[in-house]
Design a protein around this ligand. Structure first.
Ligand code: MRU
Length: 337
């Protein structure tokens, strides 16, 4: 399964706002529209946002290659894309990587396209490596809880947390995956359950508020989630609700893992207090798909992510292997190519 394609100098995105009801592919040739697609979550998930932004910079280069002051036009395009969503650091990582190339090579469209394709390709390889490393942590007959969607749809393919689950399932180790529905936008229900059902991996969909009782019943052996940005000390942002799960897992003595490629690590910030947490509109809380779920005039609070302190993490799964505490030292030793 894939959510991003580059064909004939255009970007195609699987519209994730419509899944699972419809599988619609949208075509983009204007980077401004791509920025809007990221903001409105046609495409979402930290690595997928980075890959999409890289291709959007190719669109910007196509538009500006024959005009004057190419670097200035590219910087403007970069700023538009950088303003789309603030939390996932992969967006800024991919934009910086593309910028290094256009500053050194200029409007070299084949090279820029190849760089975006490389970012895409490398992401899939990192996910597969992460899957192999993470599967080692999964016991036979495991019942695994996950949150939001950190699958093929959130990445270049295969997935981070779902990559670990896919690899463990291929080894015959997974007896059940519990997918939190993940209000307000239901990525767990609409995307994770959809991916796992398609891959015939046993999945049980639960409402977010059922996770604690599920753990208390002894039905969860481990929790694995994705990550949008990890600070130098291992504190990390992920979909709202992740922190609650980590606290619950600690209380119940259940291992709690996050899986992430090294492009999701932000060594420039010392801890999670520095992660910019996106606030989204109240209409996501007061309704879903146009149906009211609360009074329209009620006050709302809608942070899209929360920050989990590293103390609650059992281990971090990366493409370079499994990191154990102390995470600050382990992360400092992990250099992304
Ligand atoms: O708001 P979203 O859907 O972009 O949030 C996605 C998540 O929080 C994922 O868990 C995270 O990006 C990791 S995806 C491999």
């Amino acid at each position: 399964m894939e959510a991003i394609r580059w064909e004939d100098s255009a970007l195609y995105l699987l519209d994730q706002t419509r899944l699972p009801a419809a599988e619609d592919w949208l075509r983009y040739t204007d980077y401004r529209q791509v920025a809007k697609a990221i903001q409105t979550m046609v495409v979402r998930g930290a690595p997928a946002i980075g890959i999409t932004a890289a291709y959007a910079m190719v669109l910007a280069a196509q538009e500006n290659a024959c005009k004057g002051d190419f670097p200035a036009a590219m910087s403007r395009a970069k700023a538009v894309l950088a303003a789309s969503r603030p939390t996932a650091v992969n967006l800024f990582w991919a934009l910086d990587r593309m910028e290094n190339l256009w500053l050194s090579a200029g409007p070299d469209l084949p090279r820029l396209e190849e760089e975006a394709r490389a970012i895409h390709r490398e992401d899939v390889l990192m996910n597969e490596a992460m899957g192999r490393a993470g599967a080692e942590l999964v016991p036979q007959g495991a019942r695994i809880l996950t949150h939001c969607n950190a699958g093929a749809l959130a990445t270049g393919g295969y997935g981070t947390a779902l990559g670990v689950i896919r690899a463990a399932h291929a080894q015959g180790k997974v007896s059940m995956v519990y997918a939190d529905e993940t209000r307000p936008l239901l990525q767990g229900a609409r995307l994770t359950a959809y991916e796992l059902v398609r891959d015939r991996i046993p999945v049980t969909l639960i409402c977010d508020d059922m996770a604690g009782y599920l753990m208390a019943q002894g039905k969860v052996d481990l929790v694995v989630v994705g990550c949008d940005r990890m600070a130098a000390n291992g504190d990390f942002a992920n979909k709202i609700g992740t922190y609650s799960l980590a606290v619950l897992a600690k209380y119940h003595g259940i291992p709690f893992y996050t899986a992430l490629p090294s492009s999701t690590i932000d060594r420039s910030i010392p801890n999670g207090g520095h992660i910019p947490v996106e606030q989204r509109g109240g209409e996501e809380v007061t309704g879903f798909a146009g149906v009211p779920t609360g009074p329209v005039d009620v006050q709302t609070w809608n942070p899209a992510f929360d920050v989990t302190p590293h103390e609650l993490l059992t281990a971090v799964i990366t493409e370079r292997g499994v990191l154990r505490p102390p995470f600050d030292r382990e992360l400092a030793g992990l250099v992304h190519n």
